[in-house]
Design a protein around this ligand. Sequence first.
Ligand SMILES: NC(=O)c1ccc[n+]([C@@H]2O[C@H](COP(=O)([O-])OP(=O)(O)OC[C@H]3O[C@@H](n4cnc5c(N)ncnc54)[C@H](O)[C@@H]3O)[C@@H](O)[C@H]2O)c1
Length: 324
Amino acid sequence: MDIKGKNILVIGGAGFIGSHVVDELLKEDVKNIIIFDNFCRGTRENIEEALKDKRVRVFEIGGDIQQTDILDLAVKESQGVIHLAALWLLQCYEFPRSAFDVNIRGTFNVLESCRNNKIERLVYSSSASVYGDAVELPMTEEHPFNNRTFYGATKIAGEAMCRAFNERYGLPYAGLRYMNVYGPRQDYKGTYIAVIMKILDRIDSGLSPIVYGDGSQSYDFIFVSDVAQANVKALKSDASDKFYNVGSGISTSIKEICEMLLELTGSKLIIQYEPAGLTFVTNRIGSTEAAEKDLGFKYKTELKEGLLKLIEWRKNHKFNRGLN
Ligand SMILES: NC(=O)c1ccc[n+]([C@@H]2O[C@H](COP(=O)([O-])OP(=O)(O)OC[C@H]3O[C@@H](n4cnc5c(N)ncnc54)[C@H](O)[C@@H]3O)[C@@H](O)[C@H]2O)c1
């Protein structure tokens, strides 16, 4: 899609990844960027800088994908849609019905509105959660769906609905399956905190970081700005009706990331090992070939560099986190 002079709707645009997508879109010559978000997890602070640009605004009437008439008004104004709104893994674990309402029904609402308003292109945020535990590495996009979580189930449903809307109504879309995303603006409050944030919280408080099990669980960590770039590339590309891994293709164990964080923060603390607790997936590394070939996307930020940016960002947010 040629996005020059176009209005782009970013659904979930005040969230962790969505706010970086807005920043990335600002580097392009788009006409307007409309943020549609109900702020259940997203924040004004995430988009504070972006809102200084006249092209960006928060949709004034509402921002919940469950309110279809309001959603439709926002979609009507737009030519391209990036849909990131969803409840996250642990929220879906605790509240499966809400997961259904937001991630499945909400995504259906977005798709229907895109079709009704003849949207030129949709980019859908899926997840590597669709794969579950790896049966082969790296995981290509053809890897079986071994997911066993409600969250993954909602993403599989979302993908299947994108495909059906494409088949039935010709809606052009690309879907992105993110690996483990990290970086500034990652949620640091409440119950639903990602592993890197938990480790850094412990280190900041002078407590040994806790690793559950032997720490050999390995993931593919990808910096949030790179994920945002993948979204813009997917929006601008013509590749349609396909899903792409968005990762670095590099395996890092939890033990390794913990050691890296101790080193980067200059901490002398020692890792505390605890019996394995609730884990959803223990091994997940994505193949990056298809995204590189079709979307021209390759990650740029090395893990240490990205972690340093995250640590720096956290320093400036200590007051808000109540850690000083
Ligand atoms: N962070 C990761 O590691 C990761 C990995 C794989 C996939 N994803 C997917 O990427 C997308 C963005 O994730 P994120 O990490 O930025 O999460 P996030 O929670 O920070 O962002 C989601 C945004 O959607 C908004 N939202 C939630 N329910 C809504 C509703 N009913 N109506 C409108 N807005 C609503 C939230 O307020 C939030 O701003 C999600 O679809 C998520 O499933 C994230």
